[in-house]
Design a binder for this molecule. Structure first.
Ligand SMILES: NC(=O)c1ccc[n+]([C@@H]2O[C@H](COP(=O)([O-])OP(=O)(O)OC[C@H]3O[C@@H](n4cnc5c(N)ncnc54)[C@H](OP(=O)(O)O)[C@@H]3O)[C@@H](O)[C@H]2O)c1
Length: 306
């Protein structure tokens, strides 16, 4: 589905028969057997590349735990895997992908260039290291992790890698609207994605509006706020979830989905992997979306990362 039509259709019809029908037809279209079936539909980025709207985060999932978790997530239906050089787990993620036995073309793999690796030459080198560790010859999405260091040099390198077909889509993370406007002004390839902290306690409505206006996909990191501030016991989310037989995590992930935001929850537990995928059979009403909007504290839950 095209991004704009997702946002228009999704906002009005999320959860309706038509909307759910689109979800399940993409399931039938893309699966090659039950083990690898994915219930997750895809949105289309501003360069035509398709991206699953729900994925799997891998922060802290290193070594054997990383291999096992990634393989398990893929077997349960996750297709978007989010890693980064700074997580120190690209080898583990690559191992998990290999262990899953899935065809590379079925996956959407994201990595990110870290601050110390910014600049033209460094980024080219860091990118190749990421490919080697992940045991792949291309990335679906490569992001500048933070708006620090030689961002312009990195973007120049990423534009070249994109034009050479080594990266399907390039984007940014933790960028403000002004920093994105600078890239748009100075370069020919526009970012496809901005991955930023987004959850019920930090909802980022201004960023969402800006990104939608520029047809750049909003992707939520820490979509469950890592459980901080009582996310998993929050009463507002629990009351809404009670009506549908859903957990706080499921309500939160459904809320991201209905806002048209890509979310990448992380878990090392198979039960939670399944739970987090099981959000496509209910719909939050407008009133419930508005009630969740009142939870916004409009501030980061991760001041230590600022
Ligand atoms: N670009 C950036 O700067 C940036 C920054 C931070 C994160 N990220 C990306 O975003 C991903 C997600 O963020 P995150 O890892 O910080 O946190 P998160 O996904 O918001 O939360 C992860 C925590 O939630 C728990 N959890 C997951 N599903 C649950 C469920 N259904 N019920 C109860 N608990 C559940 C997990 O514990 P269990 O393992 O016990 O389930 C884990 O402790 C990262 O893994 C990473 O890929 C990017």
């Amino acid at each position: 589905m095209n991004r704009r039509s997702f946002l228009q259709t999704g906002a009005k019809l999320a959860g309706s028969a038509l909307f759910m029908g689109l979800g399940s037809s993409s399931l039938l279209g893309s699966s090659r057997g039950i083990r690898n079936a994915s219930p997750v539909e895809k949105i289309t980025l501003n360069n035509g590349v398709q991206m699953p709207i729900l994925g799997f985060g891998t922060l802290y999932l290193t070594d054997d735990l990383g291999v096992r978790s990634v393989a398990e997530a893929i077997s349960l239906g996750y297709r978007l895997i989010d890693t980064a050089t700074i997580y120190g787990n690209e080898e583990a993620v690559g191992g998990g992908i290999k262990q899953s036995g899935i065809d590379r073309s079925e996956l959407f793999v994201t990595s990110k260039v870290w601050v110390e690796d910014t600049g033209y030459e460094n980024t080219k080198r860091a990118f190749q290291t990421s490919l080697d560790k992940l045991q792949t010859d291309y990335l679906d999405l490569y992001l500048i992790h933070r708006p620090r260091g030689d961002v312009n040099g990195s973007w120049r390198a990423m534009e070249e890698l994109y034009k050479d077909g080594k990266i399907k889509a390039i984007g940014v993370s933790n960028f403000t609207a002004a920093q994105i406007n600078d890239l748009i002004k100075n370069f020919s390839v526009k970012p496809t994605v901005n991955q930023i902290e987004t959850h019920a306690f930090f909802q980022q409505p201004g960023e969402l509006e800006f990104l939608n206006r520029h047809n750049i996909q909003h992707e939520a990191w820490s979509p469950l706020a890592q459980g901080r501030n009582g996310y998993f016991t929050n009463e507002t989310l629990a009351v809404i979830g009670g009506k549908y037989g859903k957990s706080n995590a499921q309500v939160a992930l459904r809320w991201h989905y209905q806002r048209g935001i890509v979310a990448i929850p992380r878990t090392q537990q198979a039960a939670h992997m399944k739970e987090n995928l099981n959000i496509f059979d209910f719909e939050l009403s407008e009133e419930e979306m508005n009630r969740i909007a009142t939870l916004d504290l409009n501030k980061t839950q991760f001041p230590e990362w600022e």
